[in-house]
Design a binder for this molecule. Structure first.
Ligand code: LLP
Length: 432
């Protein structure tokens, strides 16, 4: 359920006309619907209402602070993977005690920052990381709460780049090493073992792999409690898929019901880390058609959004539905590649796609772009990043201004100081 809908061929976002927003703010433009975001958050959070739980929104999906703020007001926690995401989550008002820190490469600096903030726990991915956290915690004379991320070796049946729970993936500690890892963790100073964690992949369209992984985790849970470990948290990660095209992923309710059944009678707080299912269909990307061109038999529609704005199609071959923002008369359909302005053949948003005939200055809308869209964007080809607008009821707010050319070089050092200049002159003399 989302709040982007056509009225007489005109796309609306919660009742605001999308083409008008594009005219006002320019393109490429990300537009989010607050109502959709909140509804999706609520759907996941309510799905687990039957068990003590924390819904830790996975910040990487979309880390705009205004969206984080909306979720914080709803009571969301956060799943973070960097010091930068910690900074954003705290700034947005997400309480530290509702933040879990995942990721395979936490640095000492990031660990220190998280300990200072007092986050709920670290999801630890290796024994070396465990030792590092122990060291940093001792330096700070504090204790770090940890879960071990276990790799349950289940196949999530998703794109290989976003599968994480297979033995060959870099994530987590193999199930067969888990007990030993817990024993080691228990002995380390500055470490308090509080939970078990796993995340098997993203854009999962079936429940079975999620439940399979849960079953394996629960087996470990019973082994650990029998050994006297006080496991208080079970973090089952995120990964629930969304509809981009014709997928029919399970409703969060089904996930929630199955998990509640599996946890019956256990004294445990459940943690989930949903990202895409909350933000994915709460956002669209609007782009303007610049040119159309025929090369031999092929029609290209050149638009002003590129792979730097939305990387998913080229990186994963991902499908995003694309349609015109306004279709007040029925247009004939054509097959086209929709491509961006970047100097790479991989710069496409869609290939061989049936779309209505378009002309320069028409707006095209790329749907389901709320997750892993803006958060994976870059300035490649020195393209200032797109603006982001949040529609909420009858109102809309610019939540990230379009970057300027000055932003492109803001962190760079434009003038060479005397010393470098002397060195360069010296090198040039030698080369002459
Ligand atoms: N927890 C952990 C530890 C994760 O690594 C991820 C995503 C999530 C939670 C959230 O997963 P979600 O609920 O959003 O599926 N860029 C890719 C997706 C990469 C996902 C990485 N990890 C894409 O655009 O499809």
């Amino acid at each position: 359920m989302n709040h982007f809908y056509y009225i007489h061929g005109v796309l609306n976002a919660e009742g605001t006309i999308v083409a008008e927003l594009a005219l006002q703010y320019g393109t490429p433009l990300y537009i989010y619907s607050a109502k959709t975001l909140i509804q999706h958050y609520d759907a996941v959070d309510n799905a687990f209402a039957g068990v003590p739980h924390i819904t830790c929104y996975s910040v990487k999906a979309n880390s705009n602070i205004a969206l984080l703020h909306l979720l914080a007001r709803r009571g969301a926690g956060a799943d973070i993977v960097s010091g930068g995401e910690l900074f954003r989550a705290l700034r947005a008002g997400i309480p530290a005690e509702r933040i879990v820190f995942s990721g395979v490469g936490k640095t000492s600096k990031e660990i220190r920052e998280a300990l200072h903030a007092g986050i709920l726990m670290f999801n630890v991915e290796s024994l070396m990381e465990l030792e590092r956290i122990s060291e940093v915690a001792q330096q700070l004379k504090t204790t770090a709460r940890v879960s071990l991320r276990i790799n349950p070796d289940v196949d999530p049946n998703t794109h290989p780049y976003i599968s994480t729970g297979l033995r060959e993936n870099k994530f987590g500690i193999p199930m067969e090493d888990a007990l030993e890892a817990y024993e080691l963790a228990a002995k380390l100073p500055g470490i308090e073992v509080v939970g078990i964690d796993c995340h098997i992949g993203s854009q999962l369209t079936q429940l079975a792999p999620l439940l399979d992984a849960l079953e394996r985790l629960l087996h470990l849970y019973h082994q650990l409690t029998a050994k006297g470990f006080a496991i208080r948290y079970l973090d089952i990660g995120g990964g629930l898929g969304i509809t981009y095209d014709t997928e029919e992923p399970p409703h969060p309710k089904e996930w929630g019901a199955a998990v509640a059944k599996a946890l019956e009678g256990l004294d445990i707080t459940l943690i989930t880390e949903p990202g895409r299912v909350i933000a994915g269909n709460a956002g669209i990307l609007v782009t303007e058609v610049l040119y159309t061109k025929h090369n031999k038999d092929k029609l290209f529609v050149v638009v002003d959004a590129g792979m730097n704005d939305l990387m998913r199609p080229t990186l994963y071959g991902a499908y995003h539905r694309i349609h015109v923002a306004t279709e007040i008369y029925k247009r004939p359909m054509v097959k086209a590649d929709i491509v961006g302005p970047i100097c790479e053949s991989g710069d496409f948003l869609a290939k061989d796609r049936e779309i209505p005939v378009v002309f320069p200055r028409n707006f095209l809308v790329i749907f389901s772009a709320g997750a892993y869209g803006m958060s994976m964007s870059s300035q490649y080809n020195s393209r200032p990043r797109a603006a982001e607008v949040l529609v909420h009821g009858e109102f809309h707010t610019l939540i990230r201004r379009r970057e300027t050319y000055e932003d492109l070089i803001a962190a760079e050092e434009p003038c060479l100081d005397e010393m470098i200049r002397d060195d360069l002159e010296h090198i040039e003399r030698i080369l002459r």
